[in-house]
Design a protein around this ligand. Structure first.
Ligand code: NA7
Length: 530
């Protein structure tokens, strides 16, 4: 059966849920969600230790005053079950489920340029014709699973951290191997080490990490936030959506070594995630200042990890701090002082294959009962390129993006009319606070759709010139920072063969908003309406 609606929303994560709430005030819509529950990232990532790295009082919705007053977060940095509970609460409270089809992955999106309508097919056989697509598909939702040979012959259990089983795993007598040392592994490993007989960590690139300072949410702190929520939410949009950081006034070189040390020590103890990245005004823009912070963070690793050889292996030396996502941990480095944890370097001796009993690297074999792949994501583009998206004249999104993603303001791609991305490639999404920034993006898209309807247009597209202009803005901003000096999911270098440059806009959320809103105000400069 073919159905007709105004808007199809893809994804019932935090942005998708808000898009359902916002857009159905005016339009008919259907939201497709691949998972069998809502919450997106916080539905899929249920590995032990999964926890947000931004304080929950701000990493939460601001669109409804009663919701934000009534909801109580138990901790400063919420664990996955609390975030999933919150997503479910929001879905129920605003009666969103009636427009959401769970367990329904979108398989293809084809644009019919005669009727200016999208044809949406799901893996379950749904066929929906709609005018607009809102792709709230998530920046980190397409898992990366390196395809070493021999997976079929391995007799043990394998779990990607995004596909963790619902039932608790009994690991007590098991030898567990975890591949990867990004944020996910840094959160999961200390817990796996406690629960298993032995944990082997396979590390390709060591990570910078600082203690999260997680603790039960202080009532005074909560009250203070709740009393000032409206003002605070507005302020969040003037930063990256993270207000709890203390912003510095001095560059590293303006401080004596003693002052530097005192500031960094305070940052480390600050109980505020990411403080090291802004310890000085120029940490993210000046390589020398950045190195001061790197050396401080390495010093902490050497202090915590008792075995000097392991400590050295854990010290990042090949990229600036903050250039890859800074990790936040609860006892990660200390874990290496346990007798049942081994660190294996797979940079110099890479993993080559699965064996019947475990993993083989270029110089050794490891027997493992359970292998955990904490190998990250085909970030920013993967969720959409894994769908067959076809725009005008048979143009496939995957082909259009084969040398790297293009977009105007991270929300539209030339040749794919009426398709709007939330947190798309080249938007600030992945480096902003994603709930607040997502609410802003959904409101912005809703405004564009309202304008089109009001003015009687049936189609909006952007142009290649606009995409080139935006690419120049994105690259210009990235080149001012140290971000381009690391290989990470920000630039796709974590995926073998993935092309393209830096995929996140780091020119600041206020500038992003200003440029996007100015384009709209200037009669949709860079866009074609018909
Ligand atoms: P990340 O940060 O991309 O980390 C993935 C890890 O997996 C990282 O250490 C990778 O090493 C490692 N990896 C990936 N492929 C391989 C292969 N083939 N061999 C060995 N090691 C490999 O993903 P996370 O899930 O930890 O975090 C993603 C984001 O979620 C995070 O930034 C937060 O925003 C939340 P590499 O560093 O590429 O050498």
């Amino acid at each position: 059966m073919t159905e007709n609606t105004d808007i199809v929303i893809i994804g019932a994560g935090f942005s998708g849920l808000y898009a359902v709430h916002k857009l159905r005030e005016t339009y008919d819509l259907i939201c497709f969600e691949a998972g069998d529950g809502v919450g997106g990232t916080w539905y899929w990532n249920r590995y032990p230790g999964a926890r947000v790295d931004i304080e929950s009082v701000e990493y939460s919705y601001g669109f409804d005053e009663e919701l934000q007053q009534e909801w109580k977060w138990p901790e400063y940095f919420s664990a996955q079950p609390d975030l999933e509970r919150y997503a479910n609460h929001v879905a129920d409270r605003f009666d969103l489920r009636k427009d959401i089809r769970l367990s329904t992955a979108v398989k293809s999106l084809h644009f019919d340029q005669e009727s200016n309508r999208w044809h949406v097919h799901s893996a379950n056989g749904d066929h929906v014709i709609c005018k607009y697509i809102v792709a709230a598909t998530g920046a980190l939702s397409a898992p990366n699973m390196p395809d070493w040979p021999g997976r079929d012959k391995y007799q043990g259990e394998i779990y990607h951290t995004t596909q963790w089983p619902d039932e608790p795993l009994d690991l007590q007598d098991k030898r567990v191997g975890i591949i990867g040392t990004g944020s996910t592994s840094i959160q999961a490993s200390p817990i796996l080490a406690e629960r298993s007989k032995h944990l082997t960590v396979f590390q390709r690139t060591p990570a910078f990490s600082m203690p999260s300072g997680n603790r039960p949410l202080d009532e005074e702190h909560e009250r203070e936030w709740k009393e000032n929520y409206s003002e605070r939410r507005a302020q969040l949009l003037d930063t990256y959506g993270v207000s709890l950081i203390e912003y510095p006034t001095k560059a590293a070189q303006e401080c004596t070594p003693e002052e530097q040390k005192a500031i960094l020590e305070e940052g480390w103890q600050s109980k505020s995630a990411f403080q090291l990245m802004v310890a000085f005004t120029d940490v993210m823009t000046n390589r020398e200042s950045n190195e001061v912070v790197c050396e401080f963070a390495r010093g902490k690793i050497r202090e915590i990890v008792k075995d000097p050889e392991t400590a050295e292996k854990l010290c990042p030396t090949t990229y600036p701090i903050g250039a890859k996502r800074l990790c936040i941990d609860n006892g990660y480095f200390d874990m290496y002082n346990r007798d049942n944890v081994t660190l294996v370097d797979v940079k110099n001796a890479p993993i080559t294959e699965f064996t019947e009993t475990g993993l083989k690297t270029a110089n050794a074999e490891y027997d493992l009962d359970v292998i955990v792949t904490a190998t990250g994501f085909d970030a920013l583009t993967g969720a959409l390129t894994r769908i067959d998206v076809e725009g005008v004249d048979g143009l496939k999104l995957k082909e259009k993006w084969q040398d790297g993603p293009t977009s105007a303001f991270g929300f539209m791609v030339a040749g794919f009319p009426n398709l709007f991305m939330i947190h798309g490639p080249l938007s600030p999404g992945a480096l902003a606070q994603m709930i607040t920034a997502g609410e802003w993006q959904v409101d912005f898209v809703a405004g564009v759709i309202d304008d089109l309807e009001k003015d009687g247009y049936s189609r909006i597209d952007t142009t290649e010139e606009a995409e080139e202009g935006w690419a120049a803005e994105v690259n210009g901003a990235a080149s001012q920072t140290v971000h381009h000096l690391a290989e990470s999911w920000y630039n796709g270098k974590n995926i073998e063969g993935k092309k393209g440059g830096f995929m996140v806009y780091v020119g600041g959320f206020p500038r992003y908003r200003d440029l996007s809103e100015t384009a709209v105000r200037n009669d949709y400069e860079g866009f074609l309406r018909s």
